[in-house]
Ligand binder design. Structure first.
Ligand SMILES: [Zn+2]
Length: 375
């Protein structure tokens, strides 16, 4: 009995190692290369490859003729053998992305749509998803699952939206949303999903903080490339760190929070302009705008210094503001370093890679990762 179990476990291990080897190879590989790299016999590799070829997970890349005869056939990953979808729900829009097993985007769409906590709204999103999949000619049988992000705190079981100030919701069961889809659905906080996407692309960075700068200010903590969610799913709520005692009122009901000073509304809605206009005016040397930006940056770097001092790891700036920070990054780095006793080099601070797609991509990656771990 013990021997049978060991042999099954060994078979499973070999299967996983072979798939992972092809997955991680940027170029097509031969059967011989796999056997040599993993120390496996050719019949073992062949047997497993045949299974993967039959399941459509790997494919032959074609035959290559050479002067000395025929080279062995090479094998590649079928990256779109499975895919997942990420949907990001915001107060004024819905974003959708489909990604393949290598996290490459198969399609992206943004639908302007005002949030409304009613069954009709959720049903409309489910219908938009079907349209989205049709427009990309994606086969539903290859869909691993649908991830949905919301700009709020999701409970540990991911069924309750505990608090979402920008959607004006508190303690709402999310079954109305999840039940609208005929697919497995996973709910996630938007900043946590964005942080997960950034961590996926920076595998060499073990610990990472993601700070999302949108109308709401949120964040995510990733330790050892894994999300740290806290005991109540409320980790990384950097927007509600108090940076000015008895300061401006915050939507959470307290005063002086980072969000009250670093919401993107401070640079746009409050001034009756868009973020794009704000940064264009800053570039043109508008003095009032320059002063507003200086005050914003001062509060942002106060918050960043607290985060850096508390968690001592790389920090990625994301959210819609990040798209405008390319020219400002060096100055922000210098200001944070001036506020912390240990940092002279601000290279721990960077901008996000996925820009406005990060939450959608991140939440879709959970299903991809789960699939890759299932071998
Ligand atoms: Zn607050």
């Amino acid at each position: 009995m013990q021997k049978a179990l060991t042999s099954a476990a060994l078979k499973q291990t070999n299967r996983r190692r072979i798939y992972q080897y092809v997955y991680q190879s940027s170029e097509p590989v031969t059967k011989q290369e796999i056997a040599g790299a993993l120390g496996l016999s050719l019949p073992t590799v062949s047997g497993n490859l045949n299974e993967f070829l039959e399941e459509g997970l790997l494919s032959y890349s074609g035959t290559q003729a050479s002067t000395g005869g025929r080279k062995p056939r090479t094998i590649s990953l079928v990256a779109d053998a499975r895919y997942s979808v990420g949907i990001s729900i915001m107060d004024d829009a819905v974003r959708m992305v489909a990604i393949d097993l290598r996290a490459q985007e198969l399609g992206y769409r943004k639908y302007p749509k005002h949030f409304c906590h009613k069954p009709d709204y959720y049903q409309q999103i489910a219908e938009l998803l079907e349209e989205f999949l049709d427009s990309l000619s994606l086969d539903r049988s290859r869909l691993l699952g649908v991830g949905i992000t919301v700009p709020g705190i999701v409970d540990a079981e991911r069924t309750l939206l505990v608090f979402a100030p920008t959607l004006e919701l508190r303690n709402v069961p999310m079954c109305q949303l999840t039940d609208a889809f005929p697919y497995p659905v996973r709910m996630e906080n938007d900043a946590n999903a964005s942080g997960y996407a950034e961590s996926w692309t920076r595998k060499e960075t073990r610990n990472l903080i993601y700070l999302s700068l949108e109308r709401g200010v949120g964040g995510a903590i990733l330790m050892g490339n894994r999300p740290y969610t806290g005991d109540n799913g409320r980790s990384g709520e950097f927007g509600h760190i108090c940076i000015v005692p008895d300061g401006r009122p915050c939507r959470c009901g307290k005063r002086g929070c980072l969000e009250a000073y670093c919401s993107t509304s401070r640079l746009s809605d409050d001034l009756g302009i868009t973020l794009e206009e704000f940064f264009s005016m800053l570039k043109c040397g508008n003095q009032q705008i320059a002063l507003t930006w200086e005050q914003y940056r001062h509060h942002l770097t106060d918050g960043l210094a607290i985060i850096r001092m508390s968690l001592d790891c790389d920090i990625v700036l994301g959210g819609m503001l990040a798209a405008y920070l390319e020219d400002q990054l060096e100055l922000i780095r210098q200001e944070v370093c001036q506020k912390t006793p240990f940092d002279e080099d601000g290279s721990f601070l960077s901008l996000d890679c996925f820009k406005s797609h990060s939450a959608c991509v991140g939440v879709a990656l959970y299903d991809i990762n789960h699939f890759l771990d299932s071998f």
